[in-house]
Design a protein around this ligand. Structure first.
Ligand code: KG4
Ligand code: ZN
Length: 345
């Protein structure tokens, strides 16, 4: 079944075409740069950008895939969670395209999409898919969780962040260090020149070296990044502007190492507790080089999707759509988006 999917839950306008074997024929991503000036995503700007670009992005996804709308057999879009105005643009466009040809429609949960990036087949005949059961670490701008994936259709949450998401920690840390938005890639670049053990942050190598307890709390599978963020704030306040400029790479490296350690320690623990021997990752933070290297070293059969399949994209939504319930025309026409939580009944 050839699938056309749209993803507009945040600030990227994305469309992709998937063939019947779960191979991406195209995966178009239009990133919005306008938010940089505001230091974060502005919902109204995001919605307007989606509205202005979505038709061209769909056209591009079809043409790069070498297919026409008449070849599409299933339409799909992210229904939530995300920015409601942004979601509505992709959802309404996909529903409209489906309705025009009386095609079935599949609504996809964004987090299920990040998991389903692992179900995609690569361009080579023997590449993927990575099949359940596996443990999945999802770390994005809005979510951080460990999931037990037993089937293609869903997952069970084993642990999640109690406060900020890992991506949010990257973005806010980058802001404190005077870097642009989105902060993750900028902070990673700066950290390359720094010493990860230079500063002592909760969970960082600097702290470990001095024999401090390895984990901020006991032995759960939940995450917390708020304390770490505050620790970075205090560290920057203790420095003069000149010192801050001098030490910013060390701060970035130590801060990044602490985020990565926090993700890795709980993932390792979840592998031990569940007895799962296979591990996959997803979400924008899974594009982070040091995290990818640490994950690859874990004692498990590891699947690490390409960077463009970790950050928001529509191929992962099309992949999830292959296993999601399909609504026949016209049952989906009244379907609404949702901003938080799970799809309403
Ligand atoms: O999955 P995603 O594209 O969108 C959401 O669903 O939130 O994740 C975006 C997040 C942002 O916080 C961004 O800073 C972070 O992923 N991110 C990274 C990297 N690339 C993106 N964080 C660390 N290192 C990166 N290379
Ligand atoms: Zn995402």
């Amino acid at each position: 079944m050839t699938v056309l999917a749209l993803e507009t839950s945040c600030d990227d306008t994305c469309a992709a075409v998937l063939d019947g074997d779960g191979r991406a024929l195209s995966n178009v991503i239009s990133s919005q740069l306008a938010h940089g000036a505001f230091g974060g995503v502005v919902p109204e700007i995001a919605s307007r950008h989606h509205l202005e670009h979505v038709n061209a992005i769909v056209e591009q996804a079809l043409s790069e895939a070498g297919v026409g709308l008449e070849d599409i057999e299933l339409l799909a879009a992210t229904r939530g969670p995300g920015l409601i105005g942004a979601l509505l643009v992709g959802l309404s466009t996909a529903k409209g395209l489906a309705a025009a040809r009386e095609l079935p429609f599949a609504a996809v949960d964004h987090l299920q999409g990040h998991v389903a990036a692992n179900f995609l087949r690569g361009p080579e005949p023997d590449e993927g898919p990575f099949e359940p059961p596996f443990l999945c670490l999802i770390a994005s701008g809005g979510h951080t969780l460990l999931a037990r994936v037993e089937a293609h259709e869903g997952f069970e949450i084993l642990g999640r962040t109690l406060d900020d998401a890992a991506g949010e920690a990257f973005d806010k840390g980058a802001r404190m260090l005077g870097l642009g938005f989105p902060g993750g890639p900028a902070l990673e670049r700066l950290a390359e020149q720094g010493d990860p053990a230079a500063f002592s942050f909760p969970g960082s190598p600097g702290e470990l070296r001095r024999g401090a307890p390895r984990k901020p709390f006991a032995d759960g599978l939940d995450f917390s990044f708020a304390g770490l963020k505050t620790a970075l704030l205090y560290a920057t306040r203790e420095l003069t502007a000149e010192q801050l400029a001098e030490r910013s790479a060390d701060l970035a490296a130590s801060y990044q190492a602490a985020i990565v350690e926090s993700l890795i320690s709980r993932t390792e623990r979840a592998l031990q507790r569940t007895g799962l021997e296979r591990l996959a990752i997803g979400g924008g933070v899974a594009a982070n080089g040091p995290l990818r290297r640490r994950v690859a070293e874990l004692d498990a059969e590891v699947h690490i999707p390409g960077r463009l399949l970790c950050t928001d994209n529509a191929a992962m939504i099309a992949s999830a759509a292959r296993y999601a319930p399909r609504l026949p025309y016209p049952e989906y026409l009244g379907m609404d988006a949702y901003a938080t939580g799970e799809a309403p009944g």
